[in-house]
Design a protein around this ligand. Sequence first.
Ligand SMILES: CC(C)(COP(=O)(O)OP(=O)(O)OC[C@H]1O[C@@H](n2cnc3c(N)ncnc32)[C@H](O)[C@@H]1OP(=O)(O)O)[C@@H](O)C(=O)NCCC(=O)NCCS
Length: 173
Amino acid sequence: MWNELKLMGTLAPQPYVIRTGVPSDASQLAEHWGSGLSANQTRVIHRYFGDMDHGDQYSIVAVIDSRIIGQIWVRLNQMDPNIADAETDCYLHTLFVLEEYRRQGVGKELVDMACEYGKLVGRTSAIIGVDRPNDYAKDLYEKWGFEQFSEICDLRGDLILLRRLVAAIPSNV
Ligand SMILES: CC(C)(COP(=O)(O)OP(=O)(O)OC[C@H]1O[C@@H](n2cnc3c(N)ncnc32)[C@H](O)[C@@H]1OP(=O)(O)O)[C@@H](O)C(=O)NCCC(=O)NCCS
């Protein structure tokens, strides 16, 4: 069902497909960090796919032909409770679009699909974190309907946290 989902992007000069990421995508996904970091990142991505096997996270990628041009991950479990509630929230991370494909709507489509996935698995909010110097991404997230609700500054860095509702909050009535 979700695994078979394919969307044709309409805004990019070339049509792209949004699909579920699979373990054989790992080396291309790691290349998004640049060839210097890709060996370490391949290990990280394989760990993420291991999490996916356990239902703890989910991978969504944007593809043109067989080239992966963008990625986002949706974490569902094992989240810092100060950041996200594993019952009601999903945490979006590792959003990246290859430079030559930016400003064509791919990033927004990845975020929208990640929110749809969170809704599909019963979460009411999507949370995304942005490093404080990344004002560009923060402004984009606000344009896409996220609102800042918290910030943390610790060993993980200086993070601004934003939230977007993805589903109606169940009423007690
Ligand atoms: C942040 C990031 C994912 C955004 O991806 P993107 O694909 O460029 O995002 P979008 O195309 O959906 O939106 C970007 C801009 O393009 C504009 N745009 C979208 N489609 C467009 C089109 N067809 N023509 C012209 N502009 C368009 C959007 O309105 C937005 O404009 P703005 O900058 O004026 O607000 C990308 O810049 C990136 O990978 N950055 C490096 C990694 C990073 O910072 N990740 C976030 C970590 S928190």
